[in-house]
Design a protein around this ligand. Sequence first.
Ligand SMILES: [Cu+2]
Length: 371
Amino acid sequence: MRLVNNLRLALLFIFVLSFAACKNQHSVSVIDENFEGNGDNLERVTQEMVAPPFLPKFDQVAVGSPKVVQVTFEVSEKKIEIAHGDSIWAFTFNGTVPGPMIVVHQNDFVELTLKNPATNTQMHNIDFHAATGAMGGGDITLVNPGQQVKFRFRCTRPGVFVYHCAPGGTMVPIHVTAGMNGAIMVLPREGLKDENEKLVKFDRAYYIAEQDYYLPKDKNGKIKNFKTPQEAIQETGESIKALIPTNIVFNGSEGALLGKNALTANVGEKVLFITSQANRDTRIHLIGGHADLYWPGGKFNNKPYTDFETWPVPAGSAAAVIYKFRQPGTYVLLNHNLIEAFYLGALAQIKVKGAWDSTLMKQIEKPMPIK
Ligand SMILES: [Cu+2]
């Protein structure tokens, strides 16, 4: 009897302890969170950047304790063709529009080395929406051509967040609309949770950024071609003021995610789509599919919404969506302002392989003369 009582007592003790631990985990509001240490003594890892729409190697559920994740961005000012014969002096992180996606876990630190090679003409920096502190790091990362800088910030909040260049004044919109933006994904350490708070793992992930461009035109309405970034900047300062984009594209240029560049997936796979817009509101739609799980603003501490047909992405943010492809075919993902999609370029394709499921859709009669 005593043994049974002791056992009961022990069980009660364990229950109280685990309840207290559980309560402790959830009882601190994000508004009252405190942190210790500046990352000096943490394990360091290097993350190799890859060009979007792909993501670097990462674990969906964090392994071990928080780390310092070392990342290097090199700024490249380069002329890129964004639509049949029309080009822009793009300002880029690592040579791509958008810049590469960084992936870490909550409470990791990002330690970024930002290099601005002497071959560039402009001063650049970086403002991380995921960072906490003045200008998102913009003040302490300004580098002239020929300089580099290193800074570190703690990723306190899970979610997907935009980063962009913000060198000051009207240079901010000029650099951002010249392509100098990207996103970081801060995963919860325990991974993503579905609407029932169960771990949800995805089979692949893609990063799609919409980019609005404002190419200056000559008096005949023809897009101008500039010899130097300085020349382009002067006239772009005028052309952006009307707020009328000449091009709205995904991943830097028209067709960047179409045809042979289309994204791929297989029926049955859960695909994480991260969609960002650094300067302008948009609304993303996957024709013939849905957002099974949609985190507004891409913030993973909130329970995901389900079943969305179109998901908004306000300027200066990213959204995260998981969709399980149930049917094969070539899907189109677009900005559902259809004029912006079909006239200005905001279109992407996902080629999905697998077997057709007639429990979901079936043609009953082929087209025929009206009876
Ligand atoms: Cu810049």
